[in-house]
Design a protein around this ligand. Sequence first.
Ligand code: ZN
Length: 247
Amino acid sequence: MKKIGIISDIHGNLHSFESVISALGKEGVDEVWCLGDIVGYGAFPRECIELAKETCSIILGGNHDLAVASKISLSEFNYEAREAVEWTVEQLEESEIKFLGELEPIKKISVLNFTVLLSHGSPVNPVWEYVFTGADAARAFYAMEAEGVSICFLGHSHVQMVAAERNGEVAIERPEKFSIEKNKMVILNPGSVGQPRDYDPRAAYIVLHNDYQIEFRRVEYDVDAAAKAIVEAGLPPFLAARLKTGY
Ligand code: ZN
């Protein structure tokens, strides 16, 4: 019996990360996969790196992780994201920066008789490209076909969702449960642990069961404490405010 927790976009939010890890412990998962962006925005990058190393069997690199490690340019980041990357670099040890810089943004794995693509953003461009719309997902499906996979878990948008074919079109849905079917193209996003942007401030994750049933979950955490720590760290106050609205 294998059960897997899938998480993404922790963004230095230790309060939400601890809540999710504790919830996954209660769920009895055998493994946790992280789809990237351990750091950036939140006040606890070091603690989140440590907890990710302790608890996750697979960790991808997101755009924030790679920017902190100077592997990608800061020019595409907005003001708050850039400030947060620069602040995060100052907090980390050399070895932690090196760890982030070595993370890959995309990985193909075999599990439970399926081959699955794990990617931070769209497999079209796993570091930068978002999957928000049916059109984004349709483009991603081509990239998945080129890799010979029909199932992709990805993060980056901070929005929990499924993209699947419905009557010849690619539709975005937000169900609580979903059944993966062999050879049907599907993209699943667990949402964000540390900075949800789907108007629900609770931390988000996925539980993948061994019969390929998916459950989308949310868990409460101490949003006020995480927000207060962001302000006290001198990070842009907007990064604290958006945790409370979940957007
Ligand atoms: Zn992110």
